[in-house]
Design a protein around this ligand. Structure first.
Ligand SMILES: Cc1cc2nc3c(=O)[nH]c(=O)nc-3n(C[C@H](O)[C@H](O)[C@H](O)COP(=O)(O)O)c2cc1C
Length: 185
């Protein structure tokens, strides 16, 4: 029998990301674990209302979602420790602007360049619902068919209850390859 521990945020681990937005002619960066996929063409980024980056996203309607690997984890952790309202974080990452102007972290293994389609408000949070304009991937993480290889990319995962970063593990098997085994049992 499982124990009911009440209403808990428990859908972990999930990839940790750095969200980027332009602040005038400089970027600003914020560490975010709470994001999601909506259908097959929207993503969601959930940000606490007091964060500095929210206003910049609302001004430009553009943001980037940068996956974090272990190489950029120290800088990523840093941009989650201090607000852009207190400190200029624009020089933490080398960047270039994507086609629509969102700042793209050069050393991030993968970046989604997004446009804001809507904002879903809940108490103290603004969740930015976005379309994906472009996806920039370090070439070493693309296989021969041009597909993203998450085994080499190894996004760092995040777990809120104990506030830990985790590594991804091994491939178990291909999806839907287990259904025959299951139906024979
Ligand atoms: C591991 C980790 C995950 C975080 N995830 C989120 C998140 O999902 N949403 C959020 O609003 N803030 C999150 N934060 C907090 C912000 O990154 C942090 O408050 C940041 O300093 C805000 O920066 P800003 O005011 O410049 O936007 C997270 C922080 C850490 C350390």
């Amino acid at each position: 029998m499982k124990k009911n521990i009440g209403s808990k945020l428990a859908l972990y681990p999930m990839p940790i990301t750095v969200i980027g937005a332009m602040n005038g002619d400089k970027p600003t960066w914020t560490l975010v674990g709470h994001l999601g996929i909506i259908g097959h063409d929207h993503v969601m980024v959930s940000l606490a209302v007091p964060h500095f980056i929210n206003g910049k996203i609302k001004e430009t309607k553009k943001l980037s979602i940068n996956l974090v690997d272990e190489n950029i984890l120290p800088q990523a952790d840093y941009v989650g420790s201090v607000s852009g309202s207190k400190e200029d974080k624009s020089e933490v990452f080398a960047y270039e602007q994507g086609e629509t102007g969102a700042p793209i972290i050069k050393d991030a293994p993968l970046t989604l360049e997004c446009s804001v389609a809507d904002i879903y408000e809940t108490p103290n949070f603004e969740s930015f619902i976005c379309t994906i304009d472009n996806t920039y991937v370090a070439e070493e993480h693309l296989d021969e068919e041009g597909k993203i290889n998450y085994n080499t990319l190894k996004p760092v995962l995040f777990e809120f209850p104990t506030y830990h970063y985790l590594r991804t593990g091994d491939v178990i098997c291909k999806c839907l390859s287990l259904k025959e085994k299951q139906s024979k049992e």
